[in-house]
Design a protein around this ligand. Structure first.
Ligand SMILES: [Zn+2]
Length: 494
């Protein structure tokens, strides 16, 4: 029996403003779409947090035996500098400044994006479509919206008529806004724009002569509006109605609001059942911003090459740090917070490593069944990873007691404990049992320490206590403590 049949999962739905019981459209199957990066610069650490949250969610669905189609796009055209359909295309601007082709910009930063995600041990999505690969689909959607009278063409550009749409639908349903507020809060058109109303958004923009990224269309040589690509790609791969759409909370308005409006007009129904939004990441208590220097690139965490950090941290420690906060809470990134997470991470991994060496008794002083249920309950409560981690640490405490001879565990319970910890730590949280900072999947530190432990044992066998003490003391001076027990020597890092 698939695991999901025993679990009642609740998801906080931005559309209803509460935790809803999750019921997929087709039993056993999930369609999930997450807005991907605009590839015009190195991936932002705040975006990494968003994608990491959905990687964990994807992993938990898979763990529950759902068949998941997870679509995360690459925005490689159409994303202008500001949300009011003005300014240069972000990728074209970068290409102009660097004097390279727009597609070189796209390639460079798509590779960077994948490299960083690989270091963080992400699972690849099922489909990773690009906006430029779906221009034809986007043109077809514009034709449909024009046919239904909810868009208008002016000077080769096409705009979605928000005020007309709002007569029959609620524009602002997701972000809890209403049209009166929007009208009140948007600045008047400056005469440069072709739009009838400032609330309208572009479906197609006519390209200026100097604009390189352009495609032919019935209206002009131009390019699609940014909001349109997600509607085109989600509909194509997940259908007119699908289960989950996610992204950072900054995308709720206008991006996701526009997606709802476009899809409602095209298909006559609400496109998504559960909208999920992740919260922001701050750096030392402040908003991250390149202009103020309060900024860090993900790759700099692994090398420590940023003044914000006192030392480098491995991708797995960084991942663990992010999982210690709920995805809907603001998370503050700092060197001290990461150091605290590193201590916890090492403690967790030491306990995981010691599981196979635990002495087995005839009885167990730990309610394994309740503990396991608590782990699932945490995840079923809107993916509450901090509570899950707290549960994992109550198991760590028990494991250490068994190790010290202060508690006992029988074989059956030890098997359940081991399996459950492995599933949650490695499969669901996606942590890796590695100490290295380059995240290439090897476990060089513990292999190296094992070599030294062996040399020390040889030195002791040869009665060379000066050398054996030297090995122990030198290791201690770099933070590795050897412990001699009746089953040999083990080590811990601090
Ligand atoms: Zn999107």
């Amino acid at each position: 029996m698939p695991l999901y049949q025993n679990q009642e999962l609740k998801i906080y739905n931005s559309l209803t403003g509460k935790k809803d019981v999750f019921k997929p459209i087709n039993e056993g199957h999930i369609g999930m779409y997450v807005c991907g990066p605009t590839v015009y610069s190195n991936v932002h650490l705040g975006n990494v947090r968003t994608f990491l949250s959905f990687d964990m969610i994807f992993r938990y669905f898979k763990h529950l035996d759902y068949k998941v189609r997870f679509v995360r796009n690459i925005t490689d055209a159409g994303h202008l500098e500001n949300d009011a359909d003005e300014g240069e295309d972000r990728i074209a601007k970068k290409a102009r400044l660097e004097q390279i082709e727009p597609m070189e910009v796209v390639q460079m930063y798509t590779v960077d994006f994948h490299n960083i995600l690989n270091k963080f041990n992400f699972l690849p999505p099922s489909i990773e479509p690009t906006a430029t690969g779906h221009i034809i689909e986007q043109i077809e959607i514009i034709k449909t919206i024009l046919d239904k009278g909810l868009a208008y063409e002016i000077n080769g550009s096409v705009y979605f008529d928000v005020l007309k749409y709002n007569k029959t639908n609620h524009y602002g349903i997701l972000s809890g806004r209403n049209i009166e507020d929007l009208i009140h809060n948007t600045r008047a058109l400056d005469g440069q724009s072709d739009k009838k109303n400032p609330q309208d958004f572009a479906l197609w923009k006519k390209a200026e002569p100097q604009h390189i990224m352009r495609w032919p269309s019935p209206w002009s040589d131009g390019f699609p509006g940014w909001h349109l690509e997600c509607t085109a790609m989600s509909t194509k791969y997940l259908g007119e109605q699908f289960d989950i759409h996610g992204g950072g909370m900054d995308l709720k308005f206008p991006h996701h609001e526009c997606e709802i409006a476009q899809a409602e007009v095209c298909n006559g129904k609400s496109p998504v059942n559960y909208w999920m939004h992740t919260n922001m990441l701050t750096l030392n208590g402040q908003k991250m911003a390149k202009s103020t220097g309060n900024n860090i690139l993900p790759a700099e965490i692994f090398t420590g090459e940023n003044n914000i950090l006192k030392k480098p941290f491995s991708p797995s420690v960084t991942r663990f740090f992010m999982m210690q906060a709920h995805y809907r809470s603001i998370l503050d990134f700092s060197s001290d917070a990461l150091e605290a997470s590193e201590k916890g991470f090492n403690k967790l991994m030491e306990a995981v490593n010691s599981l196979e060496k635990l002495p087995v008794s005839s009885s167990t002083d730990f309610d394994i069944k309740t503990w396991k249920n608590n782990c699932y309950n945490a995840m079923n409560d809107d993916f509450n990873t901090p509570i899950l981690i707290a549960e994992l640490f109550s198991a760590v405490k028990f494991i250490n007691q068994v190790k010290d001879g202060k508690a006992s565990v029988n074989q059956t319970d030890l098997d359940i404990l081991t399996k459950t910890i492995h599933e949650f730590v490695f499969d669901v949280l996606g942590l890796e049992n590695v100490d290295n900072c380059n995240g290439n999947g090897s476990n060089k530190l513990s292999d190296t320490v094992e070599v030294l432990i062996k040399l020390r044992a040889e030195a002791r066998a040869n009665k060379d206590f000066a050398l054996s003490d030297k090995i122990r003391d030198e290791l201690l001076s770099v933070g590795i403590q050897l412990k001699d027990g009746k089953d040999g020597t083990s080590f811990s890092t601090n």
